[in-house]
Design a protein around this ligand. Structure first.
Ligand SMILES: [Zn+2]
Length: 252
């Protein structure tokens, strides 16, 4: 057993994560549809190219991003966002990936989420590495998703890695440089979040040009929490230091 707890945390890259699957499935845990693309779109595309099976587990349907919209009430918006996730995966070359929707409510993962239910899905999918949104992200669903994933994989030989979404924006980078056509195309599949697609919700969430510039650069940010069956080689750099977090409005 190669697991350690408390975890050894170190930065790593997509190639190391793909090696760590040991031929089993790479499972991305997305608190909301779009997190999988914004945080690990390049990893997903690279895994598919390497012949690794990929799956996404969406904890919520992201149905709280546009409160007050009459045209897109939560249930309807949730269905749209499920479809957006599938479209984004297809644009990343992962159209055949398994997608599971836990159906917990956006904003309520801490109270509705069940580690046992998540563990069952991970077992069914044959997960080798689980990649889940970072506990450093300021959104409470991201933090709750991390805690659930830690419990759901505890005592197993599944490696656990986090990916940064909002924490990379809060930290001011890394920024885009160079065209990442597939990932940008996939990000645009999440049209309820990116454009003016939902126009009748004054409080609706919108990914700004600055967010997209940060998310769709050449760098994705991963942190290993627990090694699985295969040893993922780390780069010899110091662990990231905690930073104070600025909270942008209504980030989903
Ligand atoms: Zn999210």
């Amino acid at each position: 057993m190669t697991n350690r707890w408390p975890p050894r945390v170190f930065p790593l890259d997509a190639a190391a994560i793909i090696r760590a699957t040991g031929g089993r499935r790479l499972v991305i845990v997305a608190p909301h549809p779009d997190d999988e693309t914004l945080g690990c779109g390049l990893l997903i595309a690279a895994a598919v190219r390497a012949g690794i099976s990929v799956a996404v587990i969406a904890l919520t349907d992201g149905q709280a991003s546009h409160p007050g919209s009459r045209r897109w009430p939560p249930a309807v918006l949730g269905r749209l966002r499920r479809a957006e996730l599938r479209r984004a995966m297809a644009r990343l070359g992962a159209g055949s990936a398994a997608v599971r929707f836990m159906g917990w409510h956006d904003g309520n993962v801490a109270s509705e989420g069940h580690a046992l239910a998540l563990r069952r899905v991970l077992t069914e999918l044959g997960a080798g590495v689980v990649v889940v949104a970072s506990p450093r992200d300021h959104h409470p669903d991201h933090q709750a998703g991390w805690r659930l994933s830690v419990v759901a994989t505890r005592g197993s030989d599944v490696a656990l890695v986090s990916y940064a979404v909002w924490s990379r924006v809060d930290a001011g980078g890394p920024r885009a440089h160079g065209p990442i056509a597939a990932k940008r195309w996939a990000a645009r599949a999440h049209r309820s979040q990116v454009g003016g697609y939902i126009a009748d919700a004054a409080e609706g969430f919108r990914l700004t040009a600055g967010h997209l510039a940060s998310f769709t650069g050449e760098v994705e940010v991963f942190t290993a929490a627990r090694r699985g069956r295969e040893k993922a080689r780390s780069r010899p750099s110091p662990p990231p230091q905690p930073r104070p977090i600025r909270t942008p409005a209504r980030a989903r």
